[in-house]
Write a protein that binds this ligand. Structure first.
Ligand code: 9MR
Length: 590
């Protein structure tokens, strides 16, 4: 059973977490590959056996056209607010030069991009020279990386572009608590996704976080109508023409390279859709088009989107698409108000059609042109508020029955003070009664005044209990961003991770207490104790007991780790980091 979060919240606040030991976090000798090092700028990086400080290979950096072109390294365990000791050996073999200076540096964002030279050294040709540095990243710093280059100068000559080698990179610092992969833990139930932006997909720390936790991505803005529709090309061709921006390409390329499925977001929407799309000649100085013209345009546009994606990114598994987004008004009006001003919530779609025919048409066309494996959703927010809830229910039911729509996307932009888990749960039940699929598409929960991290965590926990309960007809849950720093409501800290990628109580609340079998298969543990609650914290596990007693702890493979005595009340038992089984429960010691 999942234990209640109240307890978890209290635990986190009450426990005096011991300072973490400093450890060797990375020791990269390039014997097994580039190990996370990537090129910086136009440079190329590759393993070379031409020379090595230790072993038989090193990292060679070539193709440098500017002094800052070099190599860089980022990892989710190098984070803001912490200090790191870093060292790396350098050499070069270019016979044109006898000596040159190389630098070991760090880069991060903190009110702009900061570049810090941690250490530098004069290196003699053919001789390996070790460079040692240290850095403390300010709290709140983002996009952290460590990099190497030759000594910075504004008057560059050929020597500043020469090839060089590095070897034996070592980084020492505080070890972060190991966190489990969200998508692995939830694999038996549903996909675990996130929205991503161009900047996060371009940063090494963002990528490593995505790689670990998510098996579905949604482009936060990059695939919306305004990002894809080209006015000039549409005017030229006389029909809607779509293209992919740099950002959209970055995200799609990541999905393609890493085999991560994509949720397409979105096709028909009142917002982030250019006004000219709805006017004669693709120009707002002309009249708004007729319903018939708009239907033709809509078909051409939807066809063009799917054709472009199939042509440019044939390997990407677009497993879901928000075909229509936010068509209904809050309040009692049914569809959004007809009008041209999206900033006031008005919709050109309602203006042109006057009824929900555009929704039907959008699904008809999406079904016609989307890959057969792509499920199609009607997506909306405030989906738990009547009469919007019933409007969505009726619409999706109709479209599901005529087989053009596969399900409902519940955006789920929630707050600690509204809605209640009960109301949300009733909404899930109602949509589930259609028989269609449900996807939670944009989950975040803002912390409102008077609430705490623990309040938020409790709601997250309750929601994930519900999602598990509904998992036979709920195929995907996505949070709307990787961390609080990149959230559209970041001031109220609505996500699972802090801006430095450390896990929040909300994260622990949704992984803690998952049934053992979910994560590790069927394990029989011969330990049955009543009247105790056990759970893991940092460096210890806690036994809260009504009586004195003893408890057996098992490893995941079922072997006995130890028998621990406890007395009535709260017992803190120090244990190395790991996952244990106690009282038939998985206990995570962080
Ligand atoms: O997160 C998106 C934000 O960066 C944009 O500024 C905003 C503009 O409309 O859209 C946000 O994403 C929205 C999503 O596409 C649809 N549901 C509501 C989301 C939050 O506004």
């Amino acid at each position: 059973m999942k234990r209640t979060l109240l307890l978890l919240g209290a635990t986190l606040l009450m426990t005096n977490i011991e300072a973490q030991e400093v450890k060797e976090l990375h020791n990269i000798d390039f014997e097994l590959g580039v190990s996370g090092w990537v090129n910086r700028g136009d440079a190329k990086v590759a393993i070379s056996t031409e020379t090595a400080n230790s072993g038989s290979s090193s990292l060679k950096i070539t193709n440098r056209s500017q002094v800052w072109n070099g190599a860089s390294f980022a990892s989710g365990d190098i984070v803001s607010g912490k200090t790191y000791k870093v060292s790396c050996a350098f050499t070069f073999t270019d016979t044109r030069y006898e000596t040159h200076t190389f630098e070991l540096c760090a880069q991060y964002d903190d009110n702009g991009t900061r570049y810090v030279t941690m250490a530098s050294a004069d290196v003699t040709r053919g001789k390996w020279t070790e460079v040692n540095g240290e850095i403390t990243f300010p709290s709140g710093a983002g996009n952290i990386s460590i990099y190497v280059q030759s000594k910075y100068t504004t008057e560059e000559t050929d020597i500043d572009h020469m090839d060089f080698f590095i070897d034996d990179f070592v980084c020492i610092g505080e070890e972060l608590p190991e966190v489990e992969s969200l998508c692995n833990l939830y694999k038996p139930y549903f996909r675990f996704g996130t929205a991503v932006s161009t900047s996060v997909i371009s940063s090494a720390s963002g990528k490593s976080h995505i790689e670990k936790h998510f098996n579905s991505l949604t482009a936060e803005n990059e695939m919306k109508p305004d990002a894809m529709l080209s006015q000039s090309l549409s005017k030229e061709k006389g029909e809607p023409v779509v293209q992919l921006s740099y950002g959209a390409r970055q995200i799609l390329q990541y999905c393609s390279d890493n085999n991560v499925p994509l949720r397409g977001h979105c096709l028909v929407w009142h917002s982030q859709t250019p006004a000219w799309f709805f006017h004669e000649g693709f120009d707002t100085k002309n009249e708004v088009v007729s319903k018939e013209t708009m239907t033709t345009r809509m078909e051409q546009y939807i066809k063009a989107v799917f054709e472009l994606l199939a042509k440019e990114f044939p390997k990407v598994n677009i497993y879901a698409y928000d075909v229509v987004n936010e068509a209904f008004a809050d309040g009692s009006n049914g569809l959004r108000t007809a009008g041209k001003d999206a900033s006031k919530g008005q919709s050109y779609w309602t203006l042109i059609y006057g009824n929900d025919l555009f929704i039907e048409k959008a699904f008809e066309f999406a079904r016609k042109y989307a890959p057969a494996t792509c499920k199609l959703y009607y997506n909306d927010y405030n989906e738990y508020i009547e009469p919007k809830r019933t409007n969505i229910y009726n619409l999706v039911k109709k479209l599901y029955n005529n087989k053009t729509c596969d399900g409902v996307g519940m955006q789920s932009h929630l707050a600690t003070n509204y809605p209640s888990v009960q109301l949300y749960s009733e909404t899930l039940d109602k949509f589930a009664s259609i028989g269609c699929d449900i996807q939670v598409t944009e989950l975040d929960i803002t912390i409102e005044s008077g609430a705490s991290d623990a309040t938020q965590a409790k709601i997250y926990s309750d929601l994930f209990d519900l999602y598990i309960k509904h998992s036979s007809h709920l195929s995907s849950v996505s949070v709307w961003g990787l961390h609080d720093g990149m959230s559209w409501r970041g001031d109220r800290k609505p996500l699972l991770f802090n801006s430095d990628y450390t896990a929040k109580p909300a994260y622990y609340s949704i992984i803690d207490g998952l049934e053992i079998e979910n994560a590790i298969g069927d394990i029989r543990v011969p330990c049955e104790t009543n009247d105790v609650v056990v759970f893991g914290i940092q460096n210890a596990f806690i036994v809260e007991a009504l009586n004195d007693g003893e408890i057996e702890l098992y490893s995941l493979s079922g072997s006995l780790v130890g028998v621990y005595k406890y007395s009535e009340g709260r017992n803190i038992i120090a244990l190395p980091k790991g996952i244990y089984i106690a009282n038939k429960q998985k206990v995570i010691v962080r």
